[in-house]
Write a protein that binds this ligand. Structure first.
Ligand code: HEM
Length: 238
């Protein structure tokens, strides 16, 4: 007896996944990253005023609240900067998450073993570095901006707050700052290198130059930032 084969549903070929360009997201990453790097250099320069003395440092902190006056009311500039930085951080993280997701989806088969290539190493370092930096910034604001977790916590006297923060007995705070600042250094080295490689000459010579610039800028930042807690810990600032 002949068995009628059930008619198979017609298979419609799947439309190829529309390839979206990631250029806009990469520009968003680079633009927000640049803004954050500019803040980091300005903040480091301001921190180094601590070596001039307590009055100079406290005066600088008060001046920050007066930028833009009388055009802007007192502290408005600072709030505009805080808003800008928050938007930059959110944009930077959102672009990073979407780009990482797209890169994963674009891979036809999941790797059985993570290849130990530089790309995946850098991606993991960037991800975990970014998380450490974010946690650090939250702690840092509670420490030196609001004073909530600072032993002195006096908004009028930031010099005293910094000196109390990195006292030798609070070595674990210095250790946490060191870990976070070294993470900032690694994050920046890779970020600046990627941005320069995208924008500049993509030749071995261009890459070498981008790598050198990224290394020097990150080292300047790490040494500049770390000089403050270590100077307090060894008693050079008191
Ligand atoms: C040892 C290194 C550092 C020291 C001594 C330091 C010191 C300070 C001080 C004293 C303030 C309060 C300024 C004020 O309200 O007058 C501050 C605020 C801040 N710092 Fe740092 N900082 C350091 C590293 C960093 C790093 C590495 C980052 C970013 C990754 C950072 C991000 C910020 C932010 C976002 C604020 C809040 C600014 C605001 O109030 O709008 N700091 N820092």
């Amino acid at each position: 007896m002949a068995v009628d084969a059930a008619p198979r549903p017609a298979v419609t070929p799947r439309a190829p996944r529309k390839r979206r360009s990631s250029v806009g997201l990469k520009l968003l990453m680079a633009g927000t990253g640049l803004l954050l790097v500019l803040f980091l250099f300005a903040h480091m320069a301001g921190n180094l005023k601590i070596f001039v003395g307590a009055d100079a440092f406290d005066h600088y902190a008060h001046w920050l609240r007066d930028i833009g006056t009388p055009l802007l009311p007192h502290t408005w500039y600072l709030w505009i900067q805080r808003g800008g930085l928050t938007v930059a951080v959110v944009g930077h993280i959102a672009a990073a998450v979407i780009l990482a997701r797209r890169a994963r989806l674009a891979r036809p088969v999941r790797y059985a073993h993570r290849p130990k290539v530089q790309g995946s190493y850098a991606a993991r370092t960037m991800r975990w570095g970014g998380v450490i930096i974010l946690l650090f910034v939250i702690f840092h604001i509670l420490d030196l901006t609001t004073g909530t977790v600072n032993p002195v916590g006096d908004a009028q006297h930031p010099y005293a707050n910094v000196v109390a923060d990195f006292a030798p007995s609070r070595w674990y705070v210095t250790l946490f700052y060191t870990l976070a600042i070294v993470s900032v250094g690694f994050h920046l080295r890779h970020g600046i290198f990627s941005a320069l490689r995208t924008l500049g000459q993509q030749t071995p010579r261009g890459e070498r130059r981008a790598r050198a610039i990224a290394l020097v800028l990150s080292l300047v930042l790490v040494v500049g930032y770390l000089s403050v807690p270590f100077a307090v810990t060894i008693g050079a600032i008191k």
